[in-house]
Every structure is written in C-alpha cells, then in structure tokens.
Design a protein around this ligand. Structure first.
Ligand code: AMP
Length: 221
C-alpha cells in the first residue's frame, strides 16, 4: 500500500504519518525532513537549498524528484511508502505516477488534511518552541501556506479524477483523524473478491460474485 498525505505545513501530516508507520508497518518519506537533514549535515545540496527553505519557498522539482526516486526504486520500500510533502504541484504528481508505474507500483489512497490558516499559525508557533525549525515563524508560515494553496488545487483535481482522494477535517483531535484514516485504509485492505463455486451440467465452475468488505485477517493484501 502506497499513501500520499498532503495538507498545508502544520496540518499534522507528520503526526498522522507516524501513526500509520507504526500501525501498518509503512515507511514515511518526508521530503521536508530529507531536505532539512541535508541542511543539517551541510552537504553540497544542503548549502544550495538552505536559503530557499528558510524563506518558505519550494525547492526545484528536480531536487525533490531525485530524492524520492531513490526510495521508489528501492525494493525494501516497495508498496510501503507514505509520501509526506510530495507531490506539491501538478508536475510532481505526474512525476510520482510515472516513477511508481516504472517500478510496478501505484498510489492506493490520497489523504488531504484540511486546516484553516488561523489554526496553522497557532500550531506552527507551538512547534517552533518544541522543534526549533528555522522555517517556523509566523511570516514564513503564512508564506508556506500561500505557496501550498497556490500549487495544490490542480493536484487535488488530479487525484479526484482518479477517485483516490479522501478529504479529512484536520481541525479534529489527532485520535479522531487517525481513526478516520484507518477506516479508509482498512476498507481498501479488506476488499476481497469472493469466488463462488457452482455446478453446471455436472461440472464444477467458478464465478466471481461480488466484492465484500471484511476484516484484516481475511485480507489478501
Ligand atoms: P515540509 O516539512 O513538508 O513542510 O517542507 C519544508 C520545506 O521543504 C518546504 O517549505 C519546501 O521549501 C521544501 N519542500 C518539501 N517538500 C517539497 C516538495 N515536494 N517540493 C518542493 N519543495 C519541498
């Protein structure tokens, strides 16, 4: 199962991804965290991108595309990825589709956490005290929110068309959000086609009769 989770910075993508990692044994691929690690380790890439990230702008599609490509093509992570913070624009969404299909994979569900700007500002200031992220200030938070809103609409429409999108109210308590997400995932994992055997002219035949929802222990995935 591959999952895309998106929402504005501070929407709770990281928190919900962590819960999913533990519950479904998935791997969280946060492009923001990978980029911050490059900055922390003062790599060539880190030095190149630090001012872009700290000012709330997006780094180039090529840079993030190269980062995620390494994970998508790695057998260890096959069908176990949560894309957190990627894609952030339509070019990235198309790139992700191509990369996955080249590696015989697909996206199973897209989760969109919706949160108001006022809540985001509050959460980001709280996070600044806890995590001390250089891009967590009110001005930068607003800039990142605006950047997100500007680019994300075509991405939402892209995933709506393929029927993968689930919109979740990110203002709700963490446990309520995670229960709702688990419900979506369990229903995908529990979808089992029932094969019925019947007798026709003395011969046993199989027919696919219906898709039925059932619990994890019966799931074929
Ligand atoms: P995040 O932790 O997802 O809020 O990302 C922090 C910062 O990393 C963003 O404000 C961008 O500067 C950069 N970043 C993360 N993901 C992407 C992406 N998919 N495309 C471009 N820039 C990104």
């Amino acid at each position: 199962m591959n999952i895309v989770i998106f929402g504005p910075p501070g929407a709770g993508k990281g928190t919900q991804s962590n819960l999913l990692v533990n519950k479904y044994k998935l791997h969280q691929l946060s492009t923001g965290a990978l980029l911050r690690k490059e900055i922390k380790n003062k790599t060539e890439l880190g030095i190149e991108i630090s001012s872009i990230i700290n000012s709330g702008n997006l780094v180039s599609d090529k840079i993030v595309g190269d980062l995620i490509q390494k994970y998508v093509s790695n057998e260890i992570f096959k069908n176990r990825l949560i894309f957190d913070g990627y894609p952030r624009n339509i070019a990235q969404a198309k790139n992700l589709d191509n990369l996955l299909s080249e590696n015989n994979q697909k996206i199973d569900i897209v989760l969109k956490l919706s949160v108001k700007l006022e809540t985001i500002k509050k959460r980001i200031l709280e996070r600044k005290t806890l995590e001390k992220r250089a891009d967590d200030s009110e001005i930068i938070a607003v800039k990142r929110y605006e950047n997100y809103e500007k680019n994300i609409l075509p991405v939402i429409n892209f995933y709506k068309q393929s029927n993968l999108l689930k919109v979740i109210d990110g203002e709700n308590p963490i446990s309520e959000i995670s229960d709702e997400i688990s419900g979506f995932i369990d229903s995908i994992k529990g979808w089992l086609w029932i094969i019925r055997q019947y007798n026709y002219a003395g011969k046993t035949k199989n027919s696919l009769i219906y898709g039925s929802y059932c619990r994890d222990k019966y799931s074929t995935k």
